[in-house]
Design a protein around this ligand. Structure first.
Ligand code: AMP
Length: 473
């Protein structure tokens, strides 16, 4: 016999080999207290149906743009060899230092939940010999990414990105077209964005610039926080996006990357800006924009909400740039490339704040009310017929009384309710009830789908006021 076991709270399990610098407290936050019910991990969330309308808007818009601009869909794995990210994203980046979900798999291999997908796209480009296809090779993807960051508004540990990547062409128009695609996608969804843009040149001109930047900050070392001192030593470019007040003050007088660009990099950047102007894409030069990852070269950009949406306005909806060295870094032939990724959760939030909330699915216009198993059986078949006719239909199979089923139908706001009692089953008929007027008619059950379709079509016809020009012509 089933015996009720006493519930024993599971012992706190230590997190998998997480980022080396993640503190115990962060790992356990919100997850340590035993609860009667299973709980979500911190920074993870369920996306329920009330958000699905907005999610669909993002998914559908992205798909339309990808098709229009001839990008091919790729599905990339969520789990990769950890090395893929450790090699490409860069030492001293937050993602590698603190945020990677790294663990050892049962084959004793070090693996990681992907924190982003550009490195995977470049790996796929090499693995599948795409270097030998006509260039550019254009891919897009959509799916979850994982970063063990401190959760806060708009920042989760599992979040979803859509990415567009173009491999094989170094022309400035590629960068510009990707930016145009991003901006137009946001506009199509109802969001106005501006582009923040910068160039970080080639690795050669960056080296010269970094030497200058480091010597500038060394002279002001005393004013830097411990974090920024560490950045200065490990990855000085990252000091440009420091949030520390004192550092931001110092940055005003700091050397700027744009002045260190070589002629070719400067020319490339100017061309990108000209193309954007041609397309009337609003952009702002942001000399401090470097993006978090090491593989970027030349153009880097972010999409930021143009309208003030409070906290949301401070974080980018997406970003990207050129990464000409990435394929080579992974062992492929030198291949120029450029791409961007946008975060679905942040877009969905911005849509919510703007009050954009398309319905998740068409609301049912018809309700099926049954009285007993014989009518439930007919109901099963009717549901299939209505599905084939494209008419969404609702039910309450668990209820037996007509009254409470009609209450359900009322709450759902359907236009018609089909009532099937025992008598109707025997007669081969069914009742159609107009929920607004309360009028009912008995019809042949075989004809009910066609009749419902006709009635619904009539409801949708525009009402033309008598005496109007159209009516009298
Ligand atoms: P990144 O790869 O960091 O440039 O991120 C590109 C976009 O992904 C950002 O602009 C955000 O919209 C989104 N994103 C990045 N990290 C997170 C996160 N932790 N939670 C939610 N969205 C994120």
């Amino acid at each position: 016999m089933f015996q009720k076991k006493k519930f024993v709270a599971a012992k706190k399990v230590t997190a998998p080999t997480l980022a080396p610098t993640a503190t115990k407290q962060e790992e356990g936050e919100g997850e340590g207290s035993p609860s009667k019910y299973p709980e979500l991990l911190r920074g993870f969330r369920d996306i329920l149906s009330d958000e699905q309308g907005r999610w669909n808007l993002v998914r559908d818009t992205v798909r339309k743009f990808a098709e229009a601009y001839s990008f091919d869909r790729v599905e990339l794995p969520i789990l990769e060899r950890a090395d893929l990210f450790l090699r490409t994203l860069g030492k001293g980046t937050d993602v590698v230092e603190k945020e990677m979900y790294i663990f050892t798999d049962p084959s004793n291999r070090s693996v990681a939940l992907r924190p982003e997908a550009t490195a995977s796209a470049a790996r796929a480009y090499i693995n599948h010999g795409m270097l030998d296809r006509p260039q550019p090779v254009k891919m897009w993807y959509m799916g979850p990414m994982f970063r063990h960051d401190r959760p806060q508004a708009g920042r989760y540990r599992q979040f979803n990105q859509v990415g567009f990547e173009s491999f094989g062409v170094d022309e400035a128009i590629v960068d510009a077209q990707l930016i145009v695609i991003g901006v137009q996608m946001f506009r199509e969804m109802g969001l106005d964005v501006k582009v923040e843009i910068n160039s970080i040149g080639t690795s050669e001109c960056r080296t010269a610039y970094l030497a200058e930047l480091v010597s500038y900050f060394r002279a002001h070392r005393a004013k830097l926080s411990e974090d920024d001192k560490r950045r200065l030593q490990k990855n000085p470019l990252r000091i440009l996006d420091s949030k520390e007040e004192a550092t931001r003050e110092l940055l005003k007088e700091a050397p700027q990357m744009l002045n260190w660009l070589d002629e070719k990099s400067k020319e490339h950047f100017m061309k990108v800006l000209e193309f954007l102007e041609e397309m009337e894409i609003p952009y702002v030069l942001n000399p401090y924009l470097v993006r978090g990852l090491d593989y970027y070269t030349h153009t880097v950009f972010e999409f930021v909400l143009a309208e003030d949406q409070g906290e949301l306005s401070q974080s980018a909806l997406g970003g990207g740039g050129r990464y000409d060295g990435l394929v080579e870094l992974l062992g492929g032939r030198p291949t120029p490339a450029c791409g961007f990724a946008i975060g679905i959760e942040r877009i969905v939030k911005a849509l919510e704040v703007k009050g954009i909330n398309p319905p998740e699915r068409p609301a049912p216009k018809v309700f099926f009310a049954q009285l007993g198993d014989a009518s439930r059986r007919v109901g099963l078949k009717l549901f299939e017929e209505f599905r084939k006719a494209g008419v969404p239909i609702a039910e309450a199979f668990g209820k037996n009384s007509l009254k409470s089923q009609l209450e359900n139908a009322n709450k759902l706001g359907v236009e018609l309710t089909l009532i099937l009692g025992q008598k109707e089953v025997l007669d081969g008929t069914i009742i159609i009830r107009d929920m607004e007027s309360g009028g009912q008619e008995i019809v042949d059950v075989k004809k009910v789908v066609a009749l419902v379709l006709r009635k619904l079509a009539r409801e949708e016809e525009p009402v033309i006021p008598s005496g109007s020009a159209v009516a009298s012509s």
